[in-house]
Design a protein around this ligand. Structure first.
Ligand code: SAM
Length: 294
């Protein structure tokens, strides 16, 4: 049983909700041309570090002929994914010791995982389980753009709390998170250095602006709720990581204020009072091919 990630780094519900938006069918064409997979074939696709399963679920919808398998070492993520993404097989396990035979997948894919695993171990296992000619897809989040609504601005007390918390927080080192970050240029070079050929690199731009009329109301509400979940989860995680700084009563009052702010944002949306708050995420998609045996 390993729940470190879901308890201390990113909560299950928040990760699922935010990724379900990022991999919503509305954005499918931001990704699919860069994945460049043969949709006519019954591909076997392995998602490494699948978390609660939102990308695996999207792959199941986008490639109906494919068999999708997701693997993650967090027990709670796998339990949640099995419950919420029918049609996908989810397995608990380690990306550096994949429990699959050599040459058993046509595609490996991962989203925001490569920066957490030492590259030679990350790529060696994917190279091993891929068939000759198989495709490795590495998705990596890049600096996006964020503009909050005035009604969502935190109080001075909460801002001061976060400044202090960030100064003292050592959870990335404590839980070995993001120990192998690579720039936009280094990521494709690293994939090539670890045995892949025909490398390409492209970017998907996902624009989450609830007030834009192109988004149906249920999607717009999900965008606002994803913001609420993220903010509430950050407070909960702070309490778990540092109970002496993030005391029960302090977190309790910030939680109530956060809910009030997001209730107000939702009410403005329902009234049609546009705020134009936005979150634009940029995902780098690096693609490489395992050489055919001569
Ligand atoms: C930033 S999260 C991304 C989760 C998911 N890909 C998504 O986008 O929602 C990183 C994930 O990698 C998983 N992970 C990190 N190291 C791993 C390893 N060695 N083996 C399996 N999973 C790992 C974590 O448990 C976590 O679910």
């Amino acid at each position: 049983m390993n729940n470190t990630w879901s308890v201390y780094i990113q909560g299950t519900q928040t990760l699922y909700l935010t990724r379900r938006l990022r991999f919503h069918d509305l954005f499918r064409e931001q990704y699919r041309p860069h994945f460049a997979l043969d949709e006519a074939k019954p591909l076997r696709i392995l998602e490494i570090g699948c978390g609660p399963g939102a990308l695996a679920g999207a792959l199941h919808r986008w490639y109906p002929k494919a068999e999708i398998v997701g693997i993650d070492r967090d027990t709670e993520f796998i339990r949640f994914a099995q419950e919420h993404e029918p049609g996908v097989t989810f397995v608990e396990g380690d990306a550096t010791a994949l429990p699959f035979p050599d040459g058993s997948f046509d595609v490996t894919i991962s989203n925001t995982v490569s920066e957490h695993i030492e590259p030679s171990r990350f790529y060696a296992e994917q190279l091993r389980v891929l068939k000759p000619g198989g495709v490795c897809l590495v998705l990596s989040a890049r600096r996006g753009l964020h503009a909050g609504a005035a009604c969502l601005e935190a109080s001075e007390a909460e801002k001061t709390f976060w400044e202090r918390f960030m100064r003292e927080d050592d959870s990335n080192e404590r839980f070995a998170v993001c120990q192998y970050p690579l720039s936009e240029a280094e990521l494709p070079l690293t994939m090539a250095r670890h045995g892949f050929a025909q490398i390409s690199s492209a970017f998907a731009l996902i624009d989450l602006t609830p007030d834009h009329p192109r988004f149906p109301a249920d999607v717009a509400r999900d965008m606002i709720e994803a913001g609420r979940q993220t903010a509430l989860e950050a407070l909960n995680t702070a309490r778990r990581l540092s109970p002496e700084l993030a005391m029960e009563d302090v977190i309790g009052s910030f939680t109530a204020e956060t809910n009030e702010r997001f209730d107000r944002r939702l009410a403005l949306y329902e009234q049609g009072e546009k705020q134009w708050d936005t979150a634009v995420s940029i995902t780098q998609i690096v693609r490489g091919v395992k050489a055919e045996v001569k």
